[in-house]
Write a protein that binds this ligand. Sequence first.
Ligand code: DAT
Ligand code: MG
Length: 148
Amino acid sequence: MEKTFVMVKPDGVQRGLIGEIVSRFEKKGYQLVAAKLMTVSQELAEKHYAEHKEKPFFGELVDFITSGPVFAMVWQGQNVIAGARQMMGKTNPADAAPGTIRGDFGISVGMNIIHGSDSPESAEREINLWFGEQELINYDKTINKWIG
Ligand code: DAT
Ligand code: MG
């Protein structure tokens, strides 16, 4: 079953949005596979955002993501990578549709509440970067036969 990496960023944690975000993913029918509240080291932040290394906002991005605790998660479900991106909304909250997480709660492109992997390759890379294999919990839910 497809898995993706999702993270409530420091602004989302500070604003008390962990529960709201977890709730939206649960209600959608996705299954939580792993979760942890953690601070992010400079090294992890730079690895996570490696694709943006040359961008002018890279320093700001790394400073932001290391500025306070984040809530890192792995979610599983049919088409969850694209589905999570749809639930998040566009990168800039100003362009994100109402009903999406960034559209409903985001303020600026720098502080846009949530991260989600953008492709199967990113999902695999990011899950392995943020979680050890033993942290991914495999369990059956009887609901799976209704949503699988
Ligand atoms: P996404 O988080 O939607 O995958 P991205 O991968 O293009 O977007 O960028 C990663 C993060 O970098 C994004 O969530 C917020 C920040 N960012 C992107 N573009 C930016 C910009 N023009 N100025 C400042 N921060 C930016
Ligand atoms: Mg991205």
